[in-house]
Design a binder for this molecule. Structure first.
Ligand SMILES: *Cc1c(COP(=O)(O)O)cnc(C)c1O
Length: 387
């Protein structure tokens, strides 16, 4: 399975408009304010009769170029870019939900998003989480007061796939908004709006930034939904991206297609190596799916990501730690999507035990040669003998 990114998407990532002075890069409008020539101009702007820039906690020319590109890549009408992925996610949920509403979460989602949903209980907003396999009985889990279905596919850490077309079509008949965190696929590998989803949310801090040097998030959807998120979540919520960071993301976008294509080749080689390794019990990644999941995955995506999880055969937590600590080209760090190899675990309590079969090790592969990554994994596996 190879990553296919369309020529059209590559153009959107690469080509910019004609800028003043024949600049080839988007100018960074490092301004909080923009001025008006007359009171009448200001009044026309306020009455939406002319388009103008006023204040960066609203609109900024550099940010707008990024938003236009992201909307296009997703096939959406409108996009807003935030100062972090969580800024984008919380603004979206805040704008869509009212006290008394219910959120149905499908699949393993990003931990802090789940925490935020718990915080919303103080406004009487409840949520339930169902697994990818429960999607078959989705009708049953949608309540009278369910306002939002929120999912991630493949899911964080476990990488289970869910049927996005099915979820979108059932949600439509029940008048429920559908939101997907599409961070790990980017709009280049999966376009949820074209599969029927209302809203795609992103952390741009990962693949889009691509160099572990910027925090940002985005929301893409219809003009109507984005108008609400823009007002309640963006302008009033205030987690606005700086123009300088918007520039870094425009630069990241230029190489995003090439990086994803290269990472596909690296990931395929590494997964093939891991599948043959007898110290590995389980690989969680689309390339290791069963046939049914693979068919579903291929029907809604055009490629794979370089994130994967592993379970080792050994359950000895000391040996699991030894394996991770022995990795030389992998840094132990949260986040992913940069140039580097990263490794992370999330099962903190499991490490307090002498043995655990629940520990999942997540690898984020970077842009090293596959042979370097494989040699590193091999020497780390050699540090742990037997069970
Ligand atoms: C990192 C991440 C987020 C949060 O994004 P920030 O930019 O760190 O706020 C949300 N969802 C997923 C899947 C992520 O990996």
């Amino acid at each position: 399975m190879y990553t296919k990114i369309s020529a059209k998407d590559k153009e959107v990532c690469l080509i910019d408009k004609d800028y003043p002075n024949q600049a080839v890069n988007t100018p960074i409008y490092q301004n909080s304010i923009f001025h008006f020539n007359t009171v009448d101009d200001y009044l026309l702007y306020k009455n939406r009769e002319i388009k103008a820039f006023c204040y960066t906690r609203g609109n900024n020319p550099t940010t707008e170029v990024l938003e236009d590109k992201l909307a296009k890549l997703d096939g959406g009408e409108s996009c807003r870019v935030f100062s972090s992925g969580m800024g984008a996610i919380t603004a979206t949920l805040f704008a869509l939900l009212t006290s008394g509403d219910h959120v149905l979460v499908i699949n393993d989602i990003y931990g802090p998003t789940r925490e935020y949903l718990s915080v919303l209980s103080k406004f009487g907003i409840g949520f339930d989480v169902i697994s990818a396999t429960d999607t078959k009985n989705l009708e049953f889990f949608i309540k009278e007061n369910t306002r939002v279905i929120y999912t991630e596919s493949p899911g964080t850490m476990t990488f289970d796939v869910v049927d996005l077309r099915l979820i979108a079509s059932i949600a439509k008949t029940r008048g429920v908004y559908t939101v997907i965190d599409n961070t790990c696929m980017t709009p280049l590998l999966q376009k949820p709006l074209l599969l029927g989803f209302d809203i795609a949310v992103y952390s741009l801090s990962k693949y889009t930034g691509g160099h572990s040097d910027v925090l940002a998030g985005a929301v893409v959807g219809s003009r109507e939904i984005l108008a609400k998120i823009d007002k309640e979540g963006y302008k009033l919520g205030g987690s606005v991206i700086s123009p300088n960071d918007a520039f870094l993301l425009l630069r990241g976008l230029r190489t995003l297609p090439s990086r994803l294509e290269t990472l596909t080749l690296i990931t395929s080689e590494v997964v093939t190596y891991l599948q043959k390794n007898e110290k590995v019990k389980n690989i969680l990644h689309p390339l290791a799916y069963n046939d049914t999941d693979l068919e579903l995955y291929q029907a809604q995506t055009t490629g794979i990501t370089s994130l994967l999880s592993l379970q080792l055969v050994t359950t000895d937590t000391k040996k699991i730690k030894m394996f991770i600590d022995s990795l030389k080209t992998f840094s132990i760090a949260v986040s992913w999507g940069g140039y580097e190899n990263l490794v992370m675990v999330q099962d903190v309590l499991e490490f307090t035990k002498a043995h655990s079969d629940k520990i999942i090790i997540r690898l984020a592969l970077g842009l090293f040669d596959a042979s370097t990554i494989i040699a590193d994994l091999e020497q780390a596996f050699n540090q742990i003998e037997g069970k």
